[in-house]
Design a protein around this ligand. Structure first.
Ligand code: HEC
Length: 106
C-alpha cells in the first residue's frame, strides 16, 4: 500500500515537472489580473496598444513571459507576484492565437 502511494506521488510529481511552465495558474483569475493590471495601458489608442491573448502564439507568449518580461516597462513586471504571473500565463496560453479558443479581447 505504501509503495502504491509512493508510486502515485512520483507519477504526479513527474507530470508536474513535464508540464510547460503553466504552474498552478487559473485562466479565469488571469483574465481578472489582465483586466486590472494590464488593460490600463493595453487598450486601442492606449500607451501600450491593444493587446489580447490572441495577439500572440503560445511560443511568442512563452518568450515574452520567460525572456522579455516586459522589458520596455520593467516596473510593470516587478509589480506582479509569482502567482499572478502563473495566472496570467495560463490565461494567455489557453487563449493564444494558436489555441483551441483564441481570445481577441481582454
Ligand atoms: C504603464 C503602462 C503599461 C502597463 C500597465 C502594461 N503595459 Fe505592456 N506595454 C506597455 C508599453 C508602452 C509597451 C510597448 C508598446 C509598443 O511597443 O508599441 C508594452 C508592450 C507590451 C507587450 C509587447 C507587445 C507586442 O506587440 O509585442 C506585451 C506582451 C505586454 N506589454 C504585456 C503586458 C502585460 C501582460 C501587462 C500586465 C501585467 C502589461 N503589459 C501592462 C505599457 C504597459
Amino acid at each position: 500500500m505504501k509503495a502504491l502511494v509512493t508510486g502515485v506521488l512520483i507519477l504526479l510529481l513527474g507530470a508536474l515537472a513535464v508540464s510547460p511552465v503553466l504552474g498552478a495558474g487559473s485562466g479565469k483569475v488571469g483574465k481578472e489580473i489582465f483586466r486590472s493590471k494590464c488593460r490600463s495601458c493595453h487598450v486601442k489608442g492606449g500607451e501600450g496598444g491593444d493587446l489580447a491573448p490572441a495577439s500572440k502564439t503560445q511560443m511568442q507568449w512563452r518568450r515574452f513571459m520567460k525572456k522579455d518580461q516586459h522589458r520596455i516597462r520593467p516596473e510593470v513586471w516587478k509589480g506582479l507576484a509569482p502567482q499572478e504571473m502563473d495566472h496570467l500565463w495560463r490565461f494567455f496560453y489557453e487563449n493564444s492565437l494558436d489555441s483551441d479558443r483564441p481570445h481577441s479581447c481582454g
